[in-house]
Design a binder for this molecule. Sequence first.
Ligand SMILES: NC(=O)c1ccc[n+]([C@@H]2O[C@H](COP(=O)([O-])OP(=O)(O)OC[C@H]3O[C@@H](n4cnc5c(N)ncnc54)[C@H](O)[C@@H]3O)[C@@H](O)[C@H]2O)c1
Ligand SMILES: N[C@@H](CCC=O)C(=O)O
Length: 595
Amino acid sequence: MTQFRVSSTVPKLLLGSRAISALWAHRIAASSPHANYKRTVAQLSAPLVPPGLKNEPIKSFGKESTVDWDLLRESIIKLTDNGPLEIPVIVGDSEIYAASSNRLVYNQHNPGNHAQILANVTQANAEDVRVAVEASSAAKEAWLNTPFVDRAAVFLKAADLISTKYRYTMLAATMLGQGKNVYQAEIDCIAELVDFFRFNVKYAQELYSQQPIESTPGVWNRAEYRPLEGFVYAVTPFNFTAIAANLVGAPALMGNTVVWKPSSYATLSNYILFRILQEAGLPSGVINFVPGEPNMVTDELINDPRFASLHYTGSTAVFLNLYAKITANLTSGKYRDFPRIIGETGGKNFHVVHESAAVENAALNTLRGAFEYQGQKCSATSRVYVSESVWPKFSQILLENVSKLIPTNTSAVKGLQSFIGPVIHENSFDKLADVIDQAQTDPELEILYGGQYDKKQGYFVQPTVVRTSNLEHDFLKREFFGPVLTVHVFKDAEYESILESIDSNTNYALTGSIFANSRTAIRLAEEKLRYSAGNFYINDKSTGAVVGQQWFGGARMSGTNDKAGGSNILTRFTSIRNVKENFYELADYKYPSNF
Ligand SMILES: NC(=O)c1ccc[n+]([C@@H]2O[C@H](COP(=O)([O-])OP(=O)(O)OC[C@H]3O[C@@H](n4cnc5c(N)ncnc54)[C@H](O)[C@@H]3O)[C@@H](O)[C@H]2O)c1
Ligand SMILES: N[C@@H](CCC=O)C(=O)O
């Protein structure tokens, strides 16, 4: 019989395996470290159910919301009346302002009124970036050893500050800087942002509590969710303040330290968010705020052997470039680890309208999907395929309503109630103007509505609907990231082959929707388009995923599909260590078979 020596406080006994099991079952239930561990987890769990874990209610800003409107107007005035805000680089404890250093300055403009400068943003130089890495390394040990409750509390408090004290400031900054109307700002920099911070705490808690499900008698197995070894580089897009918050917040919550390069076109709201995190108790160096020239910042960071992860959202082209640089460094032996590369990128999102669809619902959702926030959501509907038999009604409803959309400066008193505003910057405006010019002259394209653009005061592009009969046309493949929707009308009998074409004619696979009442048509779409979208909608628009409800992200050239707003993303910022502790001492090297 195999002999075990039971160590420590257990009397030395020679027991059969059944007796050992009974003994350990009793001890585990009573007072073993395993039981303590379970208790610890349970005790930790109680205060960790984030207060009020429900999606943040969205304020309507209807006619009756006079107090909300007053507070919003006041905040817009406050942010603009004193002239541009001076924004520093913040690395560890140091705040570097251009005025007192020899750094360059980038002026962030209001895209709806480009003469208005909102912020003078100090641009980090190479030395600042290197200091950011040192600051993140210095902060690392203390932060990873900070109890989870304390890390979580920072983000929960920040969420509360945003939904209350700073709500109108955040709205104003996002509206002014990123050209959103109040509804789009509300669902982004308040609801989605706050949801990310709160739901991530819940997801992290669930992750930590996932432990090995078996420990044989005398053994305690456990999993330690270590943060990554090194720092996380967060590169954030202009179009969602919430996405920036999640790109820095998710890794930091899991005990990582972060160097954050915000988008030049969203620095105002991102900086205010950073200050809120500080007010909520974020220690210095955990997140370092490094606005600067993207290539220089990136090269400094990814050439450092401590680079552990890229957390990116933006265009596919930039992601491919970053991926290639990181891979080259990896294969030349620069890193100790395989860096975790997480990127959510572009899309060419589709709506399909089947002959059985509720046509008004399909048309109105298409309008919203294509033109809310001027088509500048990665999830924006940019191609719609409509059954010939419903096209007359669909087009009439779509075009009649699109003609009511007048691009306006949504942060100016007169434009506050507008549905659409400006596109983000001159490059985007010029690119969209070229797209529209092409539509005017290309014989395969017909402009059904729109086609005007004007950048005298702000970057305004009229919502434009273009029709093509060429299924292979570039307009059905290329991401424009603006208010241009391409339509293809198909014969009812061609439904199945249209689905096949949608699946194969772009490399993107972010979002898409089927509008139909026939279950057969819905089933066919769900199957044929299985890999065409990471977020698939039935009788709803392709935009508007909600944290905790629709986990967001796409595959193929739309990204690594790690699903923001779900728990999966958090696993990417942990490196699990499995610990086996043995409470027995071996008394004989032999196996029973070695008699
Ligand atoms: N899939 C998603 O979840 C998601 C969400 C939002 C936006 N997007 C995509 O983002 C794009 C729009 O956002 P954008 O205009 O901010 O994108 P962008 O690619 O221009 O910029 C994204 C970020 O990358 C930085 N960057 C630019 N060039 C760089 C370089 N050479 N090296 C390193 N960093 C660089 C920018 O400064 C910014 O911080 C669209 O393609 C959209 O589909 C995707
Ligand atoms: N959660 C947003 C993501 C937008 C990306 O830019 C949506 O689903 O529309």
